[in-house]
Design a binder for this molecule. Structure first.
Ligand code: NAP
Length: 248
């Protein structure tokens, strides 16, 4: 049976590295993105050019209608889903809690929390043996910010990742005897564009001396952990939060 994976937010960063690695490992991959079609198309053509199978599908994970369309497109074009990587995530310019607005909180929570719930809901409806599915795996992208708290930078983002940790544990227990394993990876400081979104493009290099390994991470080092959690090699691992953070 072909393994079919959706990676949300796969046009750039950790999601792109995960989609590429999944393509190399024989998954048919849906590269979801929200805006950056050119970047998504590049990932797709690289995977297809190496003999893999990939499609790009735009959808805002915070939109229930767009998430429904994303999963229906994959049903039609790639076949039964076996793996979901809830990777799409955002942060906003660094701010203290006393400056946050409801609009900012709602944007962050809608993408990071609601988006992950909606995509997981669609995946469970397809993969659960309770719904005549054949099982599968879900990996959620949390962050070590969930335990560090993100003071003076983005407590809102950190709190959204705290929610992802609870969500991972709860959902994992809900579907553990329905053939679905649910885990999270919690990256530390990884070289991607997300730090520019926070207004601090040099953040990884600025903070890397606080990391016990004294370096930032490469997106593929996170992708390797994600692929392991979705593979048979982790068959007894569920409800786990795996830090990929150089010891931080
Ligand atoms: P990134 O480089 O900023 O890329 C974000 C990706 O998410 C892009 O592909 C973007 O698509 C997509 N995206 C944003 N909003 C979306 C939405 N509403 N619907 C669908 N796709 C959306 O991010 P990253 O650093 O790779 O982060 C990936 C995940 O890892 C996030 O959940 C992040 O919180 C987590 N993480 C990252 C780090 C780090 O140091 N990088 C550390 C801990 C956790 P477009 O290209 O179309 O905009």
């Amino acid at each position: 049976m072909t393994q079919v994976m959706i990676v949300t937010g796969a046009s750039r960063g950790i999601g792109a590295a995960t989609a590429r690695l999944a393509g190399e490992r024989g998954y048919a991959v849906c590269v979801n993105y929200v805006r950056n079609q050119e970047a998504a198309d590049t990932i797709v053509s690289d995977i297809n050019g190496q003999g893999g199978r990939a499609i790009a599908v735009p959808a805002d994970v915070a939109s229930e209608a767009e998430v429904a369309r994303l999963f229906e497109t994959v049903d039609k074009e790639l076949g039964p889903l076996t793996a979901l990587v809830n990777n799409a995530g955002i942060l906003e310019p660094q701010s203290r809690v006393e400056q946050v607005t409801a609009e900012r909180l709602n944007r962050i929570f809608a993408t990071n929390i609601t988006g992950s719930f909606l995509c997981a809901r669609e995946a469970v409806r397809r993969m659960s043996t309770k719904h005549d599915g054949k099982g599968g795996g879900i990996v959620n992208l949390s962050s070590i910010a969930a335990r560090l708290g993100g003071p003076n930078e983005y407590v809102d983002y950190a709190a959204s990742k705290g929610a992802i940790d609870s969500f991972t544990i709860g959902l994992a227990k809900e579907v553990a005897d329905e053939g679905i394993r649910v885990n999270a990876v919690r990256p530390g400081l990884i070289y991607t564009d997300i730090h520019s979104s926070g207004g601090d493009p040099g953040r990884v290099d600025r903070l890397k001396n606080a990391i016990p390994m004294k370096r930032g991470g490469d997106p593929v080092e996170v992708a390797n952990a994600i692929l392991w959690l979705l593979s048979g090699d982790s068959s007894y691992t569920t409800a786990t939060l795996l830090d990929v953070s150089g010891g931080r």
